[in-house]
Design a protein around this ligand. Structure first.
Ligand code: FO1
Length: 337
């Protein structure tokens, strides 16, 4: 990022996919130049503790302590707590490692002491030495309810206890009508210094849609001067991780990058879209939706992949003439590499 021109980047993220791109972005951007806004509709109260999976996946990833194998929880984990809980007949379907447990205990303590989820997250990130700003999408409770053929399920019951097996017919975000975007979330979107707003390759329905459904977010995204670019979570007709592809199929949507592009396009939110080389054949159809499309490698296996995709996505965004907001500054962005 060159100085002078707008230098801040805002990433909208769910769990694993979003955290990978956020890590790439954090390697490119100095600390306060990156804000990661996380979905909190997966959050739930379990064993008397507030669990915030997407916040924790992003925090642990940026803090370098994430469990790369599972995509959630911490590395070098031990399971004494869960073992002891099992002996007491406690619920062990949601696996809480000993290190991870400390996060839930400290977060719950702070929340009970009256801190907002934003304040708690800021304190935890500081303790973990994370330079980027990590924010919950809201300080108010929003809870995804998964509508299935066998009835309604809380998100974690659907995702973990039932292993995403039930057929999905829809989603509901309980609390969305009264929840407000966290103050710093809207400020980041409207910040004149924001050069790009990136919708990370997270599940469009249960990770990104709750963020977008919060009052004021979509209208702010349309109004902001910063280009909004989404990275497709679907590559080659499959989700890189998680149930997005299965959900799309069950909702009768084409399980394609185009399908995801349409999902966002119909609400006029994006200035550009990033798809994988595997799906290059769909670029023309996405461009026909009015979405300039970058075709590149979007599957992030290595740290170098994460950094490259972050750099390419930012350069792509900066070179888009955002359809909204003020005309590009006098110091218009340098041509992308
Ligand atoms: N996902 C699982 O599939 N099984 C688990 O036992 C599990 C435990 C867990 C503990 C803490 C945490 O922050 C996340 C955990 N997850 C687990 C992942 C979680 O359900 C998902 O990360 C999100 O809700 C979806 O993005």
């Amino acid at each position: 990022m060159t100085t002078g021109a707008r230098s801040h980047c805002v990433a909208l993220s769910g769990g694993v996919g979003g955290a990978k791109l956020a890590l790439g972005l954090s390697r490119l951007l100095p600390g306060d130049a990156l804000t990661v806004v996380c979905n909190t509709a997966d959050d739930f109260d379990h064993l008397g503790l507030r669990i915030c999976p997407d916040l924790d996946t992003v925090m642990y990833t940026l803090g370098g302590i994430s469990n790369r194998d599972t995509g959630w929880g911490q590395a070098h984990e031990t399971w004494s707590f869960l073992e002891a809980l099992s002996h007491l007949g406690g619920e062990t379907w949601f696996r809480l490692g000993d290190r991870d447990l400390a996060t839930h205990v400290e977060r719950t303590r702070r929340l009970r002491a009256g801190e907002s989820l934003t304040e708690v997250t800021t304190a935890l990130c500081e303790a973990l030495g994370i330079a980027a700003r990590v924010l919950p999408m809201s300080d108010d409770p929003v809870r995804t309810v998964v509508l299935t053929e066998t009835g309604e399920l809380s998100f974690q019951h659907y995702f973990v206890r039932d292993a995403c097996a039930p057929t999905v017919s829809g989603f509901r975000f309980d609390g969305i009508d009264t929840a407000r975007p966290s103050p710093a979330f809207l400020e980041a979107l409207e910040d004149h210094d924001t050069a790009a707003i990136l919708v990370c390759p997270s599940n469009p329905f249960v990770s990104v849609d709750p963020l977008l459904a919060l009052d004021g977010v979509e209208v702010t995204l349309r109004r902001t001067g910063a280009p909004v670019v989404a990275v497709s979570p679907i590559v080659g007709g499959a989700a890189v991780k998680g149930p997005a592809a299965k959900m799309m199929a069950e909702l009768g949507m084409p399980v394609t990058a185009v399908g995801v592009a349409r999902h966002y396009r119909e609400r006029d939110l994006l200035d550009g879209f990033v798809i994988d080389d595997d799906d290059a054949g769909q670029a023309a159809e996405i461009e026909d939706l009015g979405l300039p499309t970058l075709v590149t490698g979007t599957v992030m296996e290595t740290l170098a992949d994460r950094e490259r995709l972050a750099r390419e996505t930012i350069d792509f965004a900066r070179n888009l003439d955002s359809r909204r907001g003020d005309v590009a500054e006098a110091g218009s962005p340098e041509p992308s590499a």
